[in-house]
Design a protein around this ligand. Structure first.
Ligand SMILES: [Zn+2]
Length: 449
């Protein structure tokens, strides 16, 4: 423990230095890369000037940002399984919030390099848990970092100590605690640190750095793993929490994202960073339901891979369609609330679904569009209308999911705009159809040439 105390001492010294130094805009160039294998397919435009943006009550003593943003902001919620790693990117400026698990380090570094990152203007570690700090030593070794903001919470795990030790050695890096920090983006807009509001949360999750990013009329709220207690304090603080896009706290666990909190945030979209088949049952069905009730479109990395949100400060688009929330297969049948005057014929519920899937072109060129055709029928071959169909394409580096609903002929066509998918690598497409709790599966494939 002596080593830890020494590190903490060094950190405190660094904090003092960090708080008086400031850093200018970055010099790194934006990368040419698009958001991976699939191209943006969803565009959402926020209501423009017709509904004037409401003035946001700024905390006392903090002037509101006045500069209108220029260019585009991209937020990449990188698919690192049951962990967090989020890249923020505007022309000439890069920031990273968390770095995934230790094993994700090389992949996160590779992803950043693919996005043109040569140095980071800002690195945020929300809290010391491995699934947030684990990949950061690899990041610190790969890129110069101008400014680091961390929770101020200390944790004596080997990986966190390595992170702190690398920070104490990085003489060019300004290391800062969370309180009152505001980061101005050179393209306009700002990242304001709202939490943690206490230094003595029992649970490290609640001690997560909470950041709100504003870019024109579009805003993001990054929750780390903060849960209900931290949410309660944030609401009580009176800070502006409204956000167009919410990065849901703690991988969508049921212990946070409360109704009272969502009432303040009013998200239009919610992104959950979560691992497929994780041991915690994340995201919780209750949390998904609360997000649905709040009117937020849900995006999740376990089902859809890396989620990329692009905004010009007026509207935003996402590289995936919203994840379709379907009732669990074992949901009890709906009970009629009023007696019917005449007994309606019981709808013929299918007992099995047959799924046939094919593609418009088995060997599409790069940067072209492939259409996945799906036909859903029942056990007797009768077309099923209104089945929710989700297609997941397994590219070499990531998975991309889209969804649609079958028409009266039982058919739905789902477009995949492939960009620089690896030539000669066969992309398997898994198809899942669901109607009234009955699920059917199919598969097809294409090989970019
Ligand atoms: Zn976590």
């Amino acid at each position: 423990m002596r080593r830890s105390r020494l590190l903490v001492g060094l950190l405190v010294a660094l904090l003092v230095v960090g708080l008086v130094s400031s850093c200018g805009p970055g010099t790194s160039k934006p990368g040419p890369g698009g958001p991976g294998d699939s191209s943006p397919s969803q565009a959402t435009t926020l209501p423009p000037a017709a509904s004037p943006p409401q003035p946001e009550p700024a905390p006392p003593g903090t002037p509101a940002p006045t500069t209108a943003p220029s260019g585009q902001l991209e937020v990449h919620v990188i698919d690192v399984g049951q962990a967090d790693a989020i890249l923020l990117k505007t022309p000439g400026w890069y920031a990273l919030i968390d770095g995934g698990n230790v094993a994700d380090g090389p992949a996160v570094v590779g992803y950043l390099k693919g996005q043109g990152v040569k140095s980071l203007d800002l690195l945020v570690n929300t809290h010391p848990h491995e699934d947030h700090v684990g990949g950061l030593p690899a990041v610190l070794k790969a890129f110069p970092v101008k400014r680091v903001i961390f929770s101020g919470y200390v944790h004596t795990t080997r990986i966190y100590e390595e992170f702190l030790e690398l920070l104490t050695r990085a003489k060019e890096t300004s290391v800062e605690g969370p309180k009152g920090q505001v980061v101005t983006l050179p393209a306009g807009g700002e990242l304001r640190i709202l939490g943690p509001l206490r230094k003595d949360y029992e649970d490290l999750n609640d001690g997560s750095v909470v950041a709100r990013l504003t870019f024109g009329q579009v805003s993001f709220l990054f929750m780390g793993d903060a849960e209900a207690r931290a949410e309660e304090d944030l609401v009580a603080s009176g800070a502006e929490l409204r956000a167009t896009i919410l990065k849901v706290g703690h991988h969508g666990s049921d212990s946070g994202t409360t109704e009272a909190f969502l009432k303040k945030v009013q998200p239009k979209a919610a992104v959950i960073s979560v691992g497929k088949g994780n041991d915690y049952g994340h995201p919780a069905p209750e949390t998904l339901e609360r997000l649905r009730a709040a009117g937020a479109d849900v995006y999740r990395t376990d089902e859809q891979g890396t989620i990329v949100i692009t905004t010009d400060g007026k509207g935003f688009k996402v590289n995936n369609s919203p994840w379709a929330i379907t009732p669990p297969a074992n949901a009890p049948p709906a009970v009629p609330t009023a007696p019917a005057t005449s007994p309606a014929p019981a709808p013929q519920a299918p007992t099995a679904l047959r799924v046939e899937a094919s593609v418009s072109n088995p060997t599409p060129a790069q940067y072209s569009t492939v259409t996945v055709y799906v036909v859903v029928t029942d056990q007797a071959g009768k077309p099923i209308e209104g089945a929710t169909v989700t297609t997941t394409a397994h590219y070499k580096s990531s998975d991309t999911a889209h969804s649609g609903v079958t028409g009266a002929d039982g058919k739905v066509a789902i477009d995949y705009r492939i960009s620089r998918a690896t030539k000669g690598f066969t992309v398997r497409v898994n198809v899942v159809a669901e109607k009234s709790g009955v699920v059917g599966r199919g598969e097809t494939a294409f090989t970019p040439r």
